[in-house]
Design a protein around this ligand. Sequence first.
Ligand SMILES: *Cc1c(COP(=O)(O)O)cnc(C)c1O
Length: 423
Amino acid sequence: MTHHTLSNAQERDRQDKLASYRDEFYIPTNTIYMDGNSLGLLSKRAERTLLDLLESWKTLGIDGWTEGEHPWFYLSEQVGEKMAPLVGGKKGEVIATGSTTTNLHQLVSTFYKPDGNKTKILADELNFPSDIYALKSQLRLKGYDPDTHLIRIKSPDGRYLSEDDIIEAMTDDVALIVLPAVLYRSGQVLNMEKLTKAANERNIPIGFDLCHSIGSVEHSLHDWGTDFAFWCTYKHLNGGPGSVGGLFVHEKHFGKTPGLAGWFGSKKESQFDMDHTMDPASDAGAYQIGTPHVLSLAPVIGSLDMFEEVGISAIREKSLELTGFMLELIEQELTESAFTIGNPVDGTRGGHLLLEHEEAARICKALKEDGIIPDFRAPNGIRLAPVALYNTFEDVWHTVQKLKVIMDEKRYEKFENKRGVVA
Ligand SMILES: *Cc1c(COP(=O)(O)O)cnc(C)c1O
């Protein structure tokens, strides 16, 4: 392995074709931000479109629904279309709406159709709690006991899932499969194509949670034949706190009746006929429920411009280089016993790394004191996400240098090993 130096890092920044995008973002002063997988930073373009929409409210009032640069009435569809290339969806298969969890509820209430012995939902034991809460409550609504009807695939090591284990569990009693695309702790990217193929062969609808993958890794949901997917836009897509999420429904399901109905799922032309018989949109637009959260959608418009310009494959390429550089530096600079690497080191890693250590909570506090923003995940995880659009190789260099000092000098010992309320 080549020995890395600060000047190597700086040289890689000079060669970086995406380097200019860093200036498009507000980087908090004197900080190295490594938490873009939890909350992406504000960009000037996202700020611009948020201000534009505030202005349209200010100057147009109710007419903002149909006038101005971004008429509110068509925004969810337009933003959906802008997100489609990021998930490999066709026009009409993607809509900006709801949040991760509400979209999951909508999709499960549509695709979970227990019938005879086919009553179980297949998930995994490593998924994000909100997804599991939603699945359990959906089972209860249908009169099933989550203890017997929610199958959670076990991880052999507490970090990763085996696609073969998941496929083996796709038995005749399974009515629905919901899995993460990228695991939120270890960052493992599941082989969605292989899983979709296996589920399709067994006629079990399959959906993925893209929270940690959208804007970070590539997807071909349409071509794979994936039934549905859902995600948030405030992580790698930099849409801001609570920004509107998204969902994908494969066109093979167009015409299906969404489980949860509301007037914004209507055809645009007839929504305002105010008829008590709903005339649903013919595409994924049908999965909307109520009035869109226009001001929380606004920053997403500007933010997505950059993803359109750069393209997801260039973003993925740089992301792998940044995390690869960080892994090499950790090996070079830190003693072997310092951390357990909790993420895949091959191409199946997503956009963040996971360092495991029993003192993780206070190591994170020590990093923050030094101006480095990590992300703590109980009980022992430090997530670090060098983001392609705004982090540099030099950021990665300094992060590992600070970590080295904190570990060598045990500087974390002056903090309490306890997480904050939001961690
Ligand atoms: C971030 C995240 C969520 C959050 O759900 P919200 O409805 O946006 O609060 C859910 N699931 C996963 C896997 C996540 O990473």
